[in-house]
Design a protein around this ligand. Structure first.
Ligand SMILES: [Zn+2]
Length: 293
């Protein structure tokens, strides 16, 4: 299988999962993976659940997370969901290469939806010279998200783990100001493309629902960061801004995805990040799609 682009259809809409590369999270730069991802998990339960996933907490010293963006052709528009991490690390910023390899020029993108303002989702807004990567696009974000990251209170409200992300927002958000459209309720961005409130991971984190006919794709971004979060939705990550809100958002979105049998795209899951959410006990489990060579 091509590990950087994956084309699929939702009803009659052409979609593509596009890798932006990814990053390995390990000490000393980051806390150990189990701390990053399951910050409040009780040790006994954590060990048990991780071993079911062939992971041993003490030996699990690094977490390599893919970054997967989404391209949708809807109602004559080319829509990109998230711009990846740009030049954050040598292993990131693959999005543009992969778009071009798929025959799409950055100029062709007319709508960019930013699910939230963490560096791995907005880092590709500008190039190395500070110019807009997608010069013809309008940018859509949730109103609270923009307000938070462009406010002075952000520095006060972010804890030490999250504070390092502020300079990325301060660099990548102002250049899109003139072409920005903010949404403050669940609404259709384009025919078949809908903004879904998913706050908690960040103040104005949003999901995006793509629908055509009876089929639906729920692009849930960072509602969950690891498949274990489906089974243990109350285990939040160290970078989750409002843990209680994260848990209730997860329960609502995962429930909707399971009941509606929606295809789901999770930004940090193994590429292409696509799968289904299946009810399991009081939680859910992740069923990745079958991909063929
Ligand atoms: Zn992320």
């Amino acid at each position: 299988m091509n590990t950087e682009t994956y084309s699929f259809k939702v009803g009659n809409l052409e979609c593509m999962a596009l890798s932006d590369g990814g990053l390995t999270y390990a000490p000393p730069m980051f806390p150990p993976p189990a701390t990053i991802l399951f910050n409040n998990a009780p040790v006994g339960a954590l060990n048990r659940v991780l071993s079911e996933h062939d992971l041993q907490p003490e030996q699990w010293t690094e977490w390599t997370s893919p970054y997967t963006c989404l391209l949708v052709e809807a109602a004559g528009h080319l829509v990109l969901v998230d711009t990846g991490a740009g030049g954050l690390a040598p292993s990131t910023g693959r999005l543009i290469h992969n778009l071009k390899a798929a025959g799409i020029a950055p100029d062709d993108i007319d709508t960019v939806i930013l699910t939230h303002a963490h560096p791995d989702h907005i880092g590709g807004n500008i190039d190395g010279e500070g110019k807009l990567t997608f010069p013809n696009a309008r940018y859509v974000m949730w109103k609270e998200e923009w307000a938070f990251w462009t406010s002075e209170e952000a520095a006060l409200k972010l804890d030490e783990h999250a504070k390092i992300m502020l300079p990325f927002a301060q660099r990548n958000l102002p250049p899109i100001r003139d072409r920005l459209e903010l949404v403050d309720h669940e609404t259709e961005i384009l025919p078949g493309v809908r903004a879904v409130a998913a706050p908690g991971h960040t103040p104005g984190h949003m999901a995006v629902a793509i629908s055509s006919g009876r089929q639906q794709l729920l692009c849930i971004s960072d509602t969950v960061l690891h498949p274990v979060h489906l089974e243990q939705p109350e285990w939040y990550a160290v970078v989750d801004f409002a843990p209680e809100q994260v848990v209730s958002t997860r329960r609502r979105i995962l429930n909707e995805a399971a009941i509606g049998k929606a295809l789901v795209l999770a930004f940090h899951f193994p590429f292409p990040g696509l799968g289904h959410v299946i009810r399991k006990g009081t939680g859910w489990r992740w069923q990745p799609i079958e991909t063929t060579a």
